[in-house]
Design a protein around this ligand. Sequence first.
Ligand SMILES: [Zn+2]
Ligand SMILES: [Zn+2]
Length: 366
Amino acid sequence: MKDVNAQINQYKCPYCGANMVFDAQSGNLFCPHCESQIELERDKNVKERDFSDFTKTENAWDKEKVHSYKCINCGSQTVMDKSAIAATCPFCGSAVVVDSSALVSVRPDTVIPFEVDNDTAVASLLKWRKKRLLAPNSFQKMVKVDEIKGVYHPMWTFDGYTTTHYRGRLGKTRTRTVTHNGKTHTQTYIDWFNVSGTRKNVFDDVLISASQTINQKSLDKLQPFEQSKYCVYSDQYLAGYIASNYTVAPETAFELAKDKMKAVIQNEIMRHHNADKVDYLHLDMHFDGKSFKYLMLPIYVTATKFKQKVYNQFVSGVVSQKGKKSQIKVVGKSPLSPIKVTLLSIGIAIGVGILGWLMYMAGFFA
Ligand SMILES: [Zn+2]
Ligand SMILES: [Zn+2]
């Protein structure tokens, strides 16, 4: 299997001429041959994009620098350095990837560069796999060289200033004491009232996934990807990594973001009126300003094949804090070992048998 890293010649080492790759640990370009580094200055001046200029040609991937691929098997669309050759699809492990550079696609403007290197990701993955007690031994003990790849996952993030006019009928659950035939008891009832008003909101970074190659549930579990780690995208961060292209159009994502915003506004209105029930509530939301970013999140992806089925596991490319401990999050599916599952069911059957015998001896069925 070809090593993607070895195929890159876009960033030649100035000392020895070998191909440099982005080094997650230092955040610099690194020469695997002579071990020299070139410092990458991080541009933290992340800008928001306006909707109108999104599809302008200057925002497209530079075809001189990158290649696009499409997987015939699972449909994933990826972008790599021009000289990197897609050997297998990172999501399904299939070798049927075709060049799709004819499709012009928009280049990301914001990125969280990988800060977890490949070896550390593999170590975290193995730790996670060891805990999958019913998984096959081979799965628990090793990660194959071509099984894990660093992939930038695309996200749309929306900002907006909104003004919302609302009217509706809300309710508050209350209790009262009533006396009936000389007896008092407590009754709950809903106190309904009409509401109307205007609210102004500021939304910062409403995240919507731009591709289904990693499902929303897994993305939620891999959070957080902190805003403080955002940088201006540069192709150098791609050296040695793969970027997934967006397949969810920004307009579609914006509708989903609006739903998220409306849910926030509705909660605020409920709190404001001290209500816990909704009969109806009409929200008329206007944008006084809106912008978005096209963001790439660093995630290691595995495509583990077991008995003709593919199991994906995802390892976060950033370190997060859990209390005082730092951690690297891992989520995913693991195959089941038929032998272990059989042994477990035999074990359970024997256990149930023994329990039944003990109960019989103790006279439970007498
Ligand atoms: Zn070198
Ligand atoms: Zn695929």
